[in-house]
Design a binder for this molecule. Structure first.
Ligand SMILES: *Cc1c(COP(=O)(O)O)cnc(C)c1O
Length: 368
């Protein structure tokens, strides 16, 4: 029994991924212990934020880092910092940024929704999102011509949520930003490489703590010292309602330490085995067809994709999804390609016995 069942909620089989609607990820004992220990003593919070920034930077290669309550908060603090540049008179009136440079340029195909619109996070920090190009095609001139004296930064969103084709790449974005003396921010919230984008020359890179790191609910921005100082200052302004607790910070630092020594190859192999099990077993169910797919953003994440064979069954894929979510335990898979008749099962968050339960539930549903 989980603590959630104790208060009358259904158990969840998460085959969706590290998603906010299901609590993102679960804590290892070591991360949980660090969070508990962190919560049981006092500390000078400003010193903790500064020290955490130094420690995070050892894992990213950034000059400094600013810890945050989540990646969305880190985006907001970053933008507020770039707009106020440490000036208290501006900080004190954010998100009202009238009269000072406040425009953030991003490609139209990057203006994503990850449970909330990214443009909301920019606005919350006083930013004005300037979307350029079209949803399926953008050229460097679209970005160049949008830059003016009100521009404070360019933003690149590295994510499977973004449109993948027809966009201007990171290298070009960095080149354009630097030629205009502007910083490039990369939202890499769900990415698994914490050094790559700093090494490429990005000025500020945002990560989520609970996604790849499987840390306590947290996030951070890492990069150029000057900009990071501006972001940290926001904790005395717009950052206050998004503060991260000491327990969350200590959980994040422990997770970073564990991540460095994680056997990624073994984990990918274990997940692939789960994907193959699901494919094999689901292909035995009359009316269903299952295949192995790889993550759209090219990460080493494999999933099982299922479809209904209309020559065998007239069951609708949408019905299957609804029924999976209505049962007990609740089964959540990825429904982002439901309109194309597909449901995707992510093996990574599955616990012992979950994959067998998924197969038996699908069997029942196809019979019924
Ligand atoms: C998940 C995600 C976010 C938000 O991260 P939180 O830590 O939940 O705030 C932002 N951007 C992208 C690309 C994401 O995938």
């Amino acid at each position: 029994m989980s603590i959630y069942q104790d208060i009358g909620l259904k158990r969840v089989i998460n085959s969706c991924g590290r998603v906010t609607i299901l609590g993102v990820s679960t804590l290892s004992d070591e991360v949980a212990e660090a969070a508990v220990a962190g919560g049981q003593s006092y500390v000078v919070i400003e010193d903790l934020i500064n020290r955490a920034g130094e420690i995070i930077s050892e894992y990213t290669g950034g000059e400094d880092s600013c810890v945050a309550s989540c990646a969305s908060a880190a985006i907001c603090l970053t933008v507020a910092g770039l707009i106020s540049k440490g000036k208290k008179s501006i900080m004190d009136r954010l998100p009202d940024s009238k009269g000072v440079p406040n425009e953030i340029i991003l490609q139209k195909g990057h203006s994503i929704e990850f449970g909330a619109p990214i443009s909301t996070m920019l606005r919350l920090g006083g930013g004005v999102p300037i979307e350029v190009g079209t949803v399926n095609e953008i050229i460097p001139e679209d970005i160049e011509e949008a830059i003016n004296e009100k521009t404070v930064a360019l933003l690149y969103v590295k994510s499977h949520h973004s449109v993948q084709k027809g966009m201007v790449d990171i290298e070009t974005m960095i080149e354009i930003a630097h030629r205009h003396d502007l910083p490039l921010i990369i939202d890499a919230a769900a990415e698994e490489d914490f050094r790559k984008y700093i090494a490429m020359g990005a000025d500020l890179v945002v990560y989520s703590g609970a996604k790849a790191l499987e840390a306590t609910t947290s996030g951070f921005v890492t990069g150029k010292k000057e900009y990071i100082q501006y972001a940290k200052k926001q904790y005395h302004g717009i950052g206050r309602p998004m503060k991260i607790g000491k327990e969350g910070i200590m959980g994040l630092l422990k997770a970073l330490d564990l991540y460095e020594n994680k056997d990624m190859k073994k984990e990918v192999e274990e997940n692939l085995a789960k994907v193959q099990y699901l494919c094999e077993e689901i292909n035995k169910i009359p009316g269903l067809k299952a295949i192995q797919i790889q993550d759209e953003a090219g990460r080493a994440i494999y999933r099982t994709r299922i479809m209904v064979d209309p020559t065998v069954s007239d069951k609708k894929i949408g019905e299957i999804n609804k029924e999976l979510r209505a049962g007990d335990p609740i089964i959540y898979c990825r429904a982002e390609f439901l309109n194309q008749g597909q449901l995707d099962f992510d093996p990574r968050p599955l616990c012992e016995g979950d994959k067998e339960l998924i197969v038996s539930r699908l069997k029942e549903l196809m019979k019924g």
